[in-house]
Design a protein around this ligand. Sequence first.
Ligand code: AMP
Ligand code: TRP
Length: 342
Amino acid sequence: MTETSFTPRVFSGIQPSGNLHLGNYLGALKRFVDWQTKDVESIYCMVDLHAITVWQDPADLRQSTRELCAGFIAAGLDPEKSILINQSQVPEHAQLAWVFNCVARMGWMQRMTQWKDKAGKNTQNASLGLFAYPALMAADILVYHATHVPVGEDQKQHLELTRDIAIKFNHDYGVNFFPETEPVIEGAATRVMSLRDGSKKMSKSDPSDASRINMTDDADTIAKKIRKAKTDPEALPSEADGLEGRPEARNLVNIYAAMAEMSVDQVLADVGGKQFSEFKPMLADLAVSKMAPITTEMARLMENQDEIDKILARGADRARAITAPILSQTYDIIGMVRPVEL
Ligand code: AMP
Ligand code: TRP
């Protein structure tokens, strides 16, 4: 019943809580699309059950979930090649999460920086779901025996916890059932920063819309936000060392490199010595040429919501062929009586 080696399988998730932005695109979505060229089974998930750990208006949540699915496809994911799902249609995620709630320790959860950030000072008033969030995330991944998880830098700690849960489960039950999943945090833009403040991550919850490029922004808005992005008065350096202590400059160069699929060194070899007044229009042109077609395609896909709903239903079907047996084996391992043929 136990497995000793695991076939490579990719899983990742994004919360459908509105405002898909450039950080999500470069840190996550674009990486997913890159994985698609490799011959590995992959599952990409709109984590609606995670989204409700903080309040979501039901109509907005439904809209955001479909919009995220449209974003996945518009960015280049092929729903035939990859499995696209929303988490709540694959019940094994939540079922395995309960088991993991009983494996993970309170102390582990308390150390999570996302919990500390999101719960703020008033932890007594945060939802129990927000606290248990990482156990559900571990279940998302491990219910597929996924081996690789492409994410942005901010998810590193959650992935370490996912490994801790797998290790403790395997150890407690004396099995080698769950893999120790590898985080895949790669590329020039694993942490895209706010356009208004180079010390803050670009985030959907930043009250300033000018701080981020949304995937629904039109070409003019994208260009305007880049023009207004905070910078320093120096010219661009010719080498990466020269970005030390210049977070805003570093961020814009990283964004350029990720979008142009170049290394930071290559970009600086080209633009070193230029003023921002010259570099920003170059960046704006590049951003518009990469993002605008995605935005247009997202809008087109959103006109046919029935099609999106069918893609998600079909994805759930395919997903459950993987998750149902893994959950069933998990229940068996932990001593739950399994249904017999009647
Ligand atoms: P979220 O929107 O928080 O569900 O994040 C979805 C994915 O986008 C995760 O893989 C994050 O690590 C990634 N992500 C979110 N914000 C950023 C950012 N500012 N830079 C790079 N990746 C990000
Ligand atoms: N916690 C992730 C985020 O906020 C979203 C997420 C949920 C996820 N489950 C996952 C990412 C599983 C990767 C794998 O970005």
